[in-house]
Design a protein around this ligand. Structure first.
Ligand code: ATP
Ligand code: MG
Length: 283
């Protein structure tokens, strides 16, 4: 049995549970209890504030956890980053009021920045040899310059809309972040085996996201051209049709390429293009 720490509520909660569900793990009473067991996999879920997940995993109260990479970096506890999970994407950036002229990192020499991520920012300024006063605040960081608390802010940015609303301009991106699976660094063999199974299921789920399954009928003399249009993961499946002179090609393609590939295939005489959703991609 392993214990996984998940955010109890907030931006990563739903996506983390969704990932477990897609990996075939059913959790009873998700989110209502502090601790819930899976009915069909040797894992129990511990629901926590995201701030507490790195420490909980580092000291072994949970074996693994899902948390923003930014929290892992900020807390600085020794944990293994096992897998990037491709959701919760954002960046951590420095922004200043838009009427100020930015001259580079030296701009901040002797100035003040408000943030909820003092650790990451301190390291960034230390590497650049700049003395900037860091004011740690828990929330509403974006209003700090307008109330005179700081000259700039350091915070999570995704679309940048909040910055614009507050008259701020992003001037430095300090790091990119996404949700990561972290692990305690001293897991025994039995726990490691369970963690590996879980990771390979996560890999399958992540691989199938954004993919479609394409079936297309192609005249035999155009198969070579068709294969140039749809390069597949290994080799596409080629099946003869009852109608001699025609074959069906099956391939996995990126969802974003569907229309471009379908148009190109039609141009070389392909017919009956069928696009299906991909449930799982287990390699
Ligand atoms: P908790 O109550 O668990 O402490 P929180 O308020 O600290 O939650 P959330 O706002 O739920 O945290 O964000 C959790 C994580 O989601 C962030 O640490 C970050 O990794 C990620 N994230 C992705 N996009 C955004 C965004 N636009 N704003 C804030 N966080 C984001
Ligand atoms: Mg938090």
């Amino acid at each position: 049995m392993i214990r996984i720490a998940l955010q109890s509520k907030g931006r990563l909660n739903e996506k983390s549970l969704e990932l477990l569900a897609e990996a075939g793990i059913s959790i009873d009473g998700s989110g209502r209890k502090l601790l819930s067991q899976a009915s069909n996999f040797p894992v129990e879920v511990l629901y926590l504030r995201d701030d507490d997940i790195p420490q909980t995993v580092s000291c072994g109260i949970a074996d693994i956890g899902i948390v923003g990479y930014n929290e892992v970096m900020e807390r600085g506890y020794p944990v293994e980053v096992l897998q990037h999970l491709e959701f919760g994407k954002c960046r951590l950036s420095i922004a200043i009021p838009k009427y100020l002229e930015y001259t580079g990192p030296e701009f901040f020499e002797g100035r003040k920045i408000a943030t909820s991520y003092p650790g990451i920012l301190k390291t960034w300024f230390r590497e650049k040899n700049i003395n900037c006063e860091i004011r740690e605040i828990a929330g509403s960081v974006e209003i700090s310059p307008s109330i005179g608390l700081a000259d700039g802010i350091f915070d999570i940015v995704s679309s940048g809309g909040t910055l614009v609303q507050n008259g701020l301009t992003e001037v430095e991106k300090v790091m990119d972040s996404d949700a990561v699976l972290i692990g305690n660094s001293t897991l025994d063999d039995e726990k490691m085996r369970i963690v590996r199974t879980l990771m390979s299921r996560f890999t399958s789920v992540l691989r199938s996201r954004g993919k479609k399954y394409m079936l297309v009928n192609v005249p035999n003399d155009r198969i070579e051209d068709a294969l140039k249009i749809i390069p597949s993961m290994k080799s596409p499946t080629l099946l003869p049709l009852a109608d001699k002179g025609w074959s069906a090609i099956h391939a996995v393609i990126d969802e974003s390429d569907v229309w471009e590939k379908a148009d190109a295939l039609k141009k070389i005489g392909a017919e009956d293009i069928l696009i299906l959703s991909m449930e799982k991609l287990i390699l």
